[in-house]
Design a protein around this ligand. Structure first.
Ligand code: GAP
Length: 514
């Protein structure tokens, strides 16, 4: 765990040093859980958005994208249930004065039991070697079975107490599990209280409840209120989807872990409108489609796992998370939710407007059901950055820090480096960039030795570095260095564009989704 925390610290300082992420308003000592993306961070973020947007909107005939406002009519949030139910159960430790989410404390306790099981399995593997049958071991080992039973009973109690808003019951569970505060080590807990996560402000100059509006806590409601506008203006036929990328705001109480939990963040959400009764089929479809989308990035299948929700949100009849193995362990990256017809029905009721679909095949009207995929852009950013960050020991005994970013996501696709600052080499390098810059973001660098320049490109994840030397002037060839293998090959300048397109374009990534 310690090593993982160090890894997070390294990623945070690397992100700052190279212009990926800065603490917001840093000259005023920053603002908790708010961050700014720097010159390279914005590029990486834009590339992530493009990957998501194209995979949804460009690759699906029946999905369109919108961009709705952050401020919405306040009744939206009454109808959606956020005013009454978008709460976190909070508990304070009286000794450390630290505040925690009660459900997260319990989930972390469950995770510790899971880790004990994994240790048992590891022991079994070592003991039995080749002949080890993992499935049978998990099904029969008494310690594993005891742990599973413990987890089941904790999850049952947690679900029951949270669903019934039994806050005393939640506290009792924490007490019974003997959970201690990670800071003070004591079990001296306050009662559990609900805390609404929405930020509010006033519209216009009149203060008071009448003009109170909220900063949206999810982008999804902007899609629901526009469902009919899009369906009619786009002549959309069910099943169809509406996608959106945009800012969301939550007054997170326990905001830690860098850009994992922020108060201002970005979501990439897609609501897929389906026939009632067909939602589970589409739920499974989107689970698989989204798994593939993440998998195509090549960060490693073992970095992802599905986690079914213990407590379903007020709008869902099935829900799961795609979790990622962040430096802090496995945590939620994306949510996939079968939201039923809850949201559209609520908006029908609160607005008095019909939000139905006439299905010509069935010859009937209904309120569509919705399957949602919702991924945090900032969490995607952290997943890609932390998995790509590597401190490599090289054969010659030196070390290098390299960001092995998936090439289509890398901020710069290529660096063009004149070997020396004279003899017409800088001019030739700039001429090469002039030919490439319509399709690729290129960097020019002539300072320091070529070795140092390669290291700088490694540190920012540039997949290819092109060196221009005297031979280039004679035969129009350059050396191309691969970031990951550090191998160099000499190629004709005529082939450079094709090589970069093949290895770094978004198309290459999107083609893997077929
Ligand atoms: N519309 C459904 C919805 O908002 P959610 O599970 O609350 O569901 C979806 O959020 C995704 O948004 C999460 O999986 C996560 O990636 C991201 N997210 C949520 N809260 C966040 C926060 N405070 N900071 C960064 N990302 C967050």
């Amino acid at each position: 765990m310690e090593q993982r925390e160090d890894n997070l610290k390294d990623v945070i300082s690397h992100a700052k040093e190279y212009g990926f992420v800065f603490p917001s308003s840093e000259i005023y000592d920053g603002l908790a859980a708010i961050y700014d993306y720097g010159q390279l961070g914005s590029e990486l973020k834009n590339n992530l958005k493009t990957y998501w947007w194209k995979s949804m909107v460009q690759m699906h005939e029946n999905i369109v994208g919108i961009d709705s406002a952050i401020f919405m009519h306040p009744t939206t949030w009454k109808a959606s249930g956020h005013v009454d139910a978008f709460n976190d159960p909070l508990i304070d430790n009286k000794d450390s004065k630290k505040r925690y989410r009660a459900d997260v404390l319990i989930e972390e306790h469950i995770e510790k039991i899971r880790q004990k099981t994994e240790k048992e399995v590891e022991k079994g593997k070592k003991k039995f070697g080749e002949s080890f049958d993992e499935a049978q071991f998990r099904a029969t080992n008494p310690n594993v079975l005891r742990n599973e039973e413990k987890i089941r009973s904790i999850e049952d109690r947690m679900r029951e107490t949270l669903e019934n808003n039994d806050l005393e019951g939640v506290r009792q569970l924490i007490v019974d599990l003997e959970i201690v505060c990670p800071v003070s080590g004591s079990k001296n807990w306050t009662e559990v209280r609900q805390f609404n996560l929405m930020f509010s402000t006033e519209l216009g100059s009149v203060a008071g409840d009448a003009s109170k509006i909220y900063l949206r806590p999810e982008t999804a409601q902007g899609i629901f209120v526009n469902y009919l506008n899009v369906q009619k203006s786009g002549r959309m036929k069910i099943p169809f989807g509406i996608a959106q990328i945009g800012k969301a705001f939550r007054n997170e109480i326990v905001a830690r872990q860098f850009i994992f939990r922020m108060r201002e963040f970005e979501q990439m959400e897609m609501q897929f409108f389906v026939r009632p009764g067909e939602e589970m089929k589409w739920y499974e479809y989107w689970k698989e489609t989204r798994r593939k989308w993440h998998g195509a990035l090549g960060l490693g299948a073992s970095k992802y796992r599905f986690h079914d929700h213990i407590k379903l949100a007020h709008y869902a009849n099935a829900a799961c998370d795609i979790e990622f193995d962040f430096p802090m362990g496995f945590k939620e990256l994306e949510g996939i939710h079968s939201r039923t017809d809850f949201d559209l029905k609520q908006h029908e009721q609160y607005s008095g407007k019909k939000l139905q679909y006439f299905d010509p095949e069935l010859n009937e009207s209904y309120v569509p059901y919705v399957v949602e995929t919702s991924v945090g852009l900032d969490r995607m950013f952290l997943s890609v950055l932390s998995a790509s960050y590597q401190n490599e020991k090289l054969e010659d005994g030196t070390e290098r820090v390299v960001l092995k970013l998936p090439a289509p996501l890398a901020p710069y696709k290529v660096a063009v480096l004149p070997l020396t600052k004279k003899d017409g080499l800088p001019e030739k390098a700039r001429e090469i960039i002039d030919g490439l810059k319509f399709d690729f973001l290129c960097q020019y660098d002539e300072k320091d030795s070529i070795g140092k320049r390669y290291r700088r490109q490694d540190a920012i994840g540039t997949p290819f570095s092109v060196t221009v030397d005297h031979q280039t002037l004679e035969d129009n060839t350059v050396t191309v260095r691969d970031r990951d293998t550090m191998e160099q090959e000499r190629i004709s300048l005529d082939d450079l564009h094709t090589l970069l397109a093949r290895r770094t374009s978004m198309t290459t990534l999107l083609k893997q989704l077929k």
